[in-house]
Design a protein around this ligand. Structure first.
Ligand SMILES: Nc1nc2c(ncn2[C@@H]2O[C@@H]3COP(=O)(O)O[C@H]3[C@H]2O)c(=O)[nH]1
Ligand SMILES: [Zn+2]
Length: 537
């Protein structure tokens, strides 16, 4: 199939061919370089033979969502894209009041107008229903002015809307128990993560990881690796999952947590393995990220000599918070959760839905006796760890960044390790620093992380565009570039945070502040080179 806007003969305008698979058919589309987004979408919609109320998603060979836009890259038959109809488009036209009004002349037509709209398809939002009711009321008052009474047909129409409203409300209520899936992408698993059953292939892979992990001994980890593990130059990309689990075990052992809290080695292994299983296979917020954040926290504890400044139980809180801080992250941030009114946002009343969820999953894992690393603690110790972890994990919500940083700035000049409040703020800051510390790593390690992050951002903004939700500019593939993303993040987030921590621990300067300053130079140069390139005549 081809033909969206053929190129006129003799035109110098270039065209490109897009190959894509839809409903098991290999299709092809040809676009002029100056075609509009509507041309592109219209053509794919036609190819998918979907009605006008459907939205489409395009995937590349790596299974990553790509933007359906005129910028779509040309490809070959062998490297075709995959086009899927993913959901009903709630932004598509609802009938105008005039449409409804004209339909009054025939009851049949009135029913038809309604039965074709999204309301009847059962996919409308309460918002849209409210809008329709409002328009109906306006219309009624106009008719009343003209005719002096409400015509029968209008009364019927109103009761029709009422009936829809009742139906919708009763169905929406089911979302609380997870039976009603409002958004195609949101999983029932978000309401009850514990009942999530992975695919057989995933289960098999995980068991292989477990087997390898249990067959390796912490003792096999060389002194050289152990020393590296205490620094930000550690390269996570060299290690496979089972090895990372062993390295996590080394961190717990080398900080003496097993003896201090009477943790049996097999319970620690079960716990670490369950944590691994509860990270999702998504571009950024995955088990590798969990490992990196925990390893950075471990490194910071050594580099700042916190072993001699804080109680062991607080070190345990910090390391375990880092380990658990993004458990079951779905790859869509809080803003998305709230705007899309997901099950998580409903459950946590829009208050840090993700962080609340990560923490709840962590304690869900520890509630299993075979994974309960806290089982030999006193009630007092358990309460201390639970309270501390809740505070540290909730502190990773970036919406609270300034609040927490400002608190730290206030106390930093008079910091006292014996002050409970000071200590708690420091613990939150340490988890936050570890969470966003990729740029403190060697450039080659950090740059790969940025690619992963942008992939997750773009995936979210593509979904938001498809669903008609607000799109954060810093996630928009049409607005963001690698250098622009990093220069802003380093200037406005990393440097202010890292320099504050470095004031308390000057020894950290060369480990986290200097690499981030070098990264800023690197990305500033890249940004400038790009600007020069675009300004060239
Ligand atoms: N631009 C940019 N953002 C980052 C980087 N590291 C972390 N972040 C952001 O900081 C956020 C920390 O909390 P989240 O994990 O929710 O999501 C993370 C990203 O949005 C980075 O290197 N660059
Ligand atoms: Zn994180």
């Amino acid at each position: 199939m081809s033909g969206a806007g053929r190129v006129p003969p003799g035109s110098r305008m270039t065209t490109k061919i897009i190959h894509f698979m839809v409903n098991g058919r290999l299709e092809q589309a040809e676009f002029r370089a100056d075609c509009s987004a509507a041309d592109v979408k219209g053509l794919f919609r036609a190819a998918a033979e979907a009605g006008p109320h459907h939205i489409l998603k395009m995937y590349n060979t790596a299974g990553v969502v790509v933007n359906i836009s005129p910028r779509l890259e040309a490809n070959s038959k062998e490297s075709y894209y995959r086009l899927e109809v993913v959901a009903s488009d709630l932004q598509s036209e609802t009938p105008e009041p005039s449409q409804i009004f004209h339909s009054f002349s025939s009851r049949r037509r009135a029913e038809l107008t309604f039965s074709q709209c999204e309301l009847c398809a059962g996919v409308a939002k309460p918002r849209e229903l409210d809008h329709m009711e409002h328009r109906l009321r306006r219309l009624e008052s106009r008719v009343l002015q003209d005719a002096g009474e409400t015509p029968d047909i209008m009364r019927e129409l109103k009761s029709h809307v009422e009936a829809f409203k009742r139906k919708l409300e009763s169905v929406e209520h089911l979302s609380w128990i997870g039976l009603f899936k409002d958004d195609g992408d949101q999983q029932l698993a978000e309401v009850a993560p514990e009942v999530k059953t992975p695919q057989l292939s995933v289960q098999k892979e995980r068991q292989q990881v477990r087997g390898k992990f249990l067959n390796m001994s912490s003792l096999q980890v060389t002194e050289e690796v152990r020393e590296h593990l205490k620094t930000p130059i550690f390269d996570n990309w060299q290690w496979e999952e089972a090895e990372m689990l062993v390295l996590l075990q080394v961190m717990y052992t080398d900080l003496d947590f097993l003896t201090a809290f009477q943790i049996q080695p097999d319970v620690l292994q079960n716990f670490l393995f369950e944590v691994f299983c509860h990270y999702n296979n998504i571009p950024f917020h995955n088990f590798q990220h969990c490992f990196c954040v925990t390893q950075m926290m471990y490194g910071l504890i050594w580099l700042t000599d916190l072993r001699n400044k804080l109680a062991r139980i607080d070190l345990f809180v910090m390391l375990t918070s880092a380990l658990c801080h993004d458990l079951d992250h779905p790859g869509y941030n809080n803003v998305y959760q709230i705007n899309a009114q997901t099950a998580l946002a409903l459950r946590y009343n829009d208050i840090s839905p993700l962080e609340n969820h990560h923490c709840a999953v962590a304690f869900g894992i520890m509630a299993k006796p075979e994974c309960n690393v806290l089982k030999n603690l006193t009630t007092e110790q358990y309460k201390h760890i639970r309270g501390g972890m809740i505070k540290c994990i909730l502190a990773t919500d970036m919406a609270r960044h300034n609040e927490i940083l400002n608190k730290f700035k206030d106390i930093q000049p008079v910091f006292d390790f014996a002050d409970k409040e000071h200590k708690e703020v420091l613990m939150k800051i340490m988890v936050k620093v570890s969470d966003i510390s990729n740029e403190a790593r060697p450039m080659a390690v950090a740059e790969l992380w940025l690619d992963c992050l942008l992939q997750e951002f773009f995936n979210q903004s593509d979904t938001e565009k498809l669903k008609g939700l607000p799109v954060s500019p810093f996630m928009d593939r049409d607005k963001v570039s690698k250098p622009s993303s990093q220069t802003n993040f380093i200037r406005f987030v990393l440097l202010p945070l890292f320099s504050e921590l470095t004031k308390l621990f000057p020894g950290l300067e060369k480990h986290i502040l200097e690499p981030v300053q070098r990264a800023l130079e690197y990305y500033s140069d890249m940004e400038k080179a790009r600007q020069d390139e675009t300004e060239k005549p």
